[in-house]
Ligand binder design. Structure first.
Ligand code: SF4
Length: 172
């Protein structure tokens, strides 16, 4: 039987979780416990409805939008994320992923770095209430970074390459 993961909600056609119209999928479960979190009820891994990767694909196909994975924190489901991203790319859509883990934690973890290897853009780091800024594009606090994953992984010095909003939206 295919593995299921609980999904809190799916929003179709949102414009706040990355460029263009997107299908946003919100995964249940988060242990970062950021003070001021926009949705503490998402911390519960048992909230929401169980989905397999194959259950999600028709929803994504139906709308034909690029996709954002959020939560909760989707990186608490690394195997599921890796499979889902591969299937979304087969449809030709790019994938953004929001996580409370820092980039430096992700790339030094064999499990997390494997999960994100094909993600296009990661918005990383926990939300910090004292750094909250409602004018920021696609993020809640100024410590969070919008990271171009492929370009960053290609840096031999380990430097992060930030997403360039003027680059082609469909860069996967
Ligand atoms: S990482 Fe996101 S969902 Fe998790 S506690 Fe922080 S703000 Fe909330």
């Amino acid at each position: 039987m295919s593995k299921t993961t609980n999904i809190i909600k799916i929003i179709r056609g949102t414009t706040v979780d990355g460029p263009g119209f997107r299908t946003s999928i919100y995964f249940a479960g988060c242990r970062h416990e950021c003070p001021g979190c926009h949705n503490p009820s998402s911390w519960n891994f048992k909230t929401g409805t169980p989905y397999t990767v194959d259950d999600l694909m028709p929803v994504i196909e139906e709308e034909d939008f690029d996709v954002t994975l959020s939560g909760g924190d989707p990186l608490y489901h690394p195997g599921f994320i890796k499979n889902l991203v591969a299937k979304i790319h087969e449809l030709g859509h790019n994938v953004w992923l929001y996580t409370g883990f820092r980039w430096e934690e992700i790339i030094t973890s064999p499990l997390l770095s494997d999960a994100i290897i094909d993600v296009d853009v990661i918005v990383d780091s926990p939300f910090i209430l004292s750094l909250r800024d409602t004018d920021l594009l696609f993020r809640g606090s100024s410590n969070q970074r919008i990271i171009d994953v492929k370009k960053s992984l290609a840096q031999s010095d380990g430097n992060i390459v930030l997403w360039d909003r003027n680059s082609n939206v469909n860069f996967s």
